[in-house]
Write a protein that binds this ligand. Structure first.
Ligand SMILES: C[C@@](CO)(OP(=O)(O)O)[C@H](O)COP(=O)(O)OP(=O)(O)OC[C@H]1O[C@@H](n2ccc(N)nc2=O)[C@H](O)[C@@H]1O
Ligand SMILES: Nc1ncnc2c1ncn2[C@@H]1O[C@H](COP(=O)(O)OP(=O)(O)O)[C@@H](O)[C@H]1O
Length: 303
């Protein structure tokens, strides 16, 4: 019998939604989506080590905003996996956090997927991939994509994934002060849509073709986020950040998912540095990050 590893580290990417088409509210409170996810090279790392009880620690610039109790998605992932295996969730999960918190980049979802993979390896469970994906969907709509990474279309509430083709793209992200609550942004979407017929969400063929081609100008023309108006309604100053990035040379700009992080598509690495400098000089954001896409999904680094 092979020895269990003493510690397992999993690296997991953030995401941006290059198309987020939102349907009407469903009876269960969720919204049907056509959610074109792209994993980007901004990562958290989650390390699992055996411990007496389930404990969470977190380091990084936004660590003080991360819950360290059982509401942390990494803790919930460990509990669900342990319950299925009939064992105790006796693990210390350390989160090295680099993804903005409550920023619309699925940082919590990323940690949930990473913790699931790390615990599965630490406990030697070899859970089938399909079962891991089921647990991810139970944890949250974005969590399956954090496991899978790359580029994918999410339907249903975003949890039903079909891989899509994607060339390489370069991005700048502007991190805002404070977060936005995802349910609050969906509620604002509903409020703004009152009295209007909301079409069924559908992936745009032009967007998917642009994504596959690797042509940044073409993709820039197709970026679309139905939650953007709601995020801007709750946080009007984001309009200044979007404008500052475009004036600084970005090909296109949009709010990342439910926000308030804003995403800027740029031509190349050199342009990324210029746009990041322009955004920082504008004083309209707290920080900037440069990244490329697509990035690999949750991956075991050390064990
Ligand atoms: C908007 C998106 C875009 O990818 O992500 P963020 O930008 O916040 O990261 C996702 O749909 C967020 O997914 P996730 O953060 O996993 O949400 P969940 O935990 O499943 O749901 C939190 C709450 O968001 C709302 N919600 C979420 C997904 C969905 N398809 N319809 C919804 O209405 C519901 O109010 C739900 O109770
Ligand atoms: N591991 C985690 N990292 C960050 N936030 C988490 C985590 N687990 C639970 N949360 C909670 O989820 C909320 C949303 O965080 P996050 O996933 O970063 O944002 P978003 O849903 O906008 O992508 C946070 O405000 C926090 O209360």
């Amino acid at each position: 019998m092979s020895a269990q590893p003493a510690a397992v580290t999993v690296r997991v990417p953030a995401k941006v939604n290059v198309q987020l088409a939102v349907g009407a509210a469903r009876p269960d409170g969720f919204h049907d989506l056509a959610n074109v996810f792209l994993a980007v090279s901004l990562h958290d790392e989650v390390t699992a080590t055996a411990a007496d009880t389930l404990t969470i620690t977190c380091t990084g610039p936004d660590a003080d905003q991360v819950p360290l109790d059982r509401t942390n998605l990494a803790a919930r992932a460990a509990e669900i996996l342990a319950a299925r295996a009939g064992i105790e969730p006796a693990v210390h999960l350390h989160i090295a956090k680099n993804i903005p918190v409550a920023g619309g980049m699925a940082g919590g979802s990323a940690d949930g997927a990473a913790a699931l993979l790390a615990c599965d390896a630490l406990w030697g469970l070899n859970t089938p991939r399909a079962e891991l994906l089921d647990i991810c969907a139970e944890l949250g709509s974005d969590v399956p994509f954090s496991l899978v990474g790359g580029a994918a279309l999410g339907t249903g509430r975003g949890e039903l994934l079909t891989p899509v083709e994607a060339g390489t793209f370069h991005w700048v992200f502007a991190v805002a002060d404070g977060g936005l609550s995802t349910p609050a942004v969906f509620r604002e979407f509903d409020r703004l849509a009152e009295g209007r017929r909301i079409p069924e969400p559908e992936a745009s063929p032009a967007l998917l073709a642009a994504l596959a081609s690797g042509d940044a100008d073409a993709l820039g023309a197709e970026l679309a986020n139905d939650l953007q108006a709601a995020a801007l309604s709750l946080r009007p100053q984001l309009a200044r950040t979007l404008a500052a990035g475009v004036e600084g040379g970005a090909l296109a700009a949009l709010v990342s998912g439910s926000g308030p992080t804003t995403a800027f598509l740029v031509a190349d690495q050199e342009s990324a540095e210029k746009v990041a400098a322009a955004l920082e000089a504008s004083g309209t954001c707290r920080a900037t990050r440069i990244a490329s896409s697509p990035a690999q999904g949750a991956t075991v680094l050390l064990s």
